[in-house]
Design a protein around this ligand. Structure first.
Ligand SMILES: *Cc1c(COP(=O)(O)O)cnc(C)c1O
Length: 375
């Protein structure tokens, strides 16, 4: 059996080596390293895949979020609502703009933004809402859109973990994650479902006006060369990454299916234990399993992590300390608690999930977990 990894980038690369190597070599030969034809081609291929009018490539997912908030004119003192149960980047960009992240709780089953808590925390200072499609499943966007519309607030979707996931509205309409709100942001960090071989990110929007502004901000606030209408940043996707991402975009659905199949095996097997709650899949969204995250009940989580590590099985806690409890956000902490978020922080455990897991590995992992949990 091959060694088990949380994410197996090496074997995924080996399976597409010829295509990727060829793509990289052709960029080297063209020397069009910045804003070359590969970037334009990737942009338009991703627009078709997502069925979205504009994709603006940028340097990473964190930049994507920051540029999105800048395009919405988030100012110092404004409030931006985000879940606390997310990767730090979602909340960090708010604080970077000297705005205030206002943390909301999540649902205990989907781990995604609690719509009632969201509505409760809207004030006259609220400038935007950032739902996160955590672990690969869309937040309840229809309900979030309704609240946003009622309060006239824009939505920035953090879809760094859910690219390729599909949301279904109650009338049957379907949209890809990241194309439902006003702006969508994603990351091409290597371990993401659509991962580059380095950093990368992108911003999505259906609005021509926002697209022009987002593009301008990502490029030094420049409207034409050396004329700067606003303060911007320097955030580019480089051509080598774009060329690799073009190859991998063609495989994205296949990759997401492989993750889903591994997840279904886990859920069927582990779901038999009373001490484990497998991930819940809401009927409004497909799940692309960026993470496969279980909840443990009456199980010594540290003991299980150690037991698995001893058998060559890595596992991880995403995320052990919620953002509202992090030192970085002490300046906005008003002492209020987010009970579900805090509870989840003690219960969740993420298992190896990627496109290259073999049946043999899956059986070995689930047996090893049950052996400890059921003892
Ligand atoms: C990975 C991630 C980001 C940041 O992406 P980078 O490309 O690493 O900057 C933002 N939000 C979420 C939820 C993520 O998982």
């Amino acid at each position: 059996m091959k060694p088990i990894q949380l994410v197996d980038l090496k074997n995924q690369y080996l399976a597409i080596k010829e295509e990727v190597d060829q793509a990289v070599i052709s960029v080297l030969e063209s020397s069009a390293f910045i804003n070359g034809p590969e970037v334009k081609a990737f942009q338009s291929e991703l627009e078709s895949y997502l069925d979205v009018k504009h994709v603006i490539p940028c340097a990473n997912g964190t930049d994507a979020l920051q540029i999105a908030l800048m395009a919405l004119d988030v100012q110092p003192g404004d409030e931006v609502i985000t879940p606390s149960f997310t990767y730090v980047a979602t909340c960090e960009v708010v604080a970077l703009l000297n705005a205030k992240p206002v943390f909301v709780d999540v649902y205990p089953d989907t781990f995604n933004l609690d719509v009632q808590d969201l509505e409760r925390k809207i004030t006259s200072k609220t400038k935007a809402i950032i739902p996160v499609h955590l672990y690969g499943q869309c937040a309840n966007m229809e309900a979030i859109l309704e609240v946003a519309k009622k309060h006239n607030l824009p939505i920035v979707e953090d879809t760094a973990q859910a690219i390729g996931s599909t949301y279904t509205f109650s009338n049957g309409d379907q949209k890809k994650a990241g194309t439902i709100g006003d702006i969508g942001c994603t990351s091409f960090f290597p371990s993401k479902n659509l991962g580059a071989f380095g950093d990368g990110g992108a911003i999505f929007t259906q609005s021509d006006e926002l697209a022009a502004k987002l593009r301008m901000i990502a490029n030094h606030g420049q409207s034409r060369r050396y004329y700067h209408d606003m303060i911007g940043v320097n955030s580019r996707l480089d051509s080598i990454q774009a060329a690799i991402l073009r190859v991998k975009l063609r495989k994205l659905d296949e990759y997401n299916d492989a993750r889903f199949n591994a997840a279904m095996f886990y859920s069927e097997t582990l779901g038999k234990s009373e001490n484990i709650t497998p991930p819940f899949i809401a009927d409004f969204s497909t799940h692309v399993f960026h993470q496969y995250t279980i909840k443990l009940h009456n199980v010594d989580r540290e003991g299980l992590i150690e037991h698995l590590a001893g058998k060559g099985i890595p596992s991880n806690i995403y995320y052990p300390l919620p953002n509202h409890k992090q030192g970085a956000f002490a300046h906005v902490d008003d002492g209020s608690s987010l009970p579900i978020t805090e509870q989840l922080g003690t219960e969740v455990l993420s298992l190896p999930i990627h496109t290259e897991l073999s049946d043999e590995q899956l059986v070995y992992i689930t047996n090893s977990i049950l052996e400890f949990v059921e003892q």
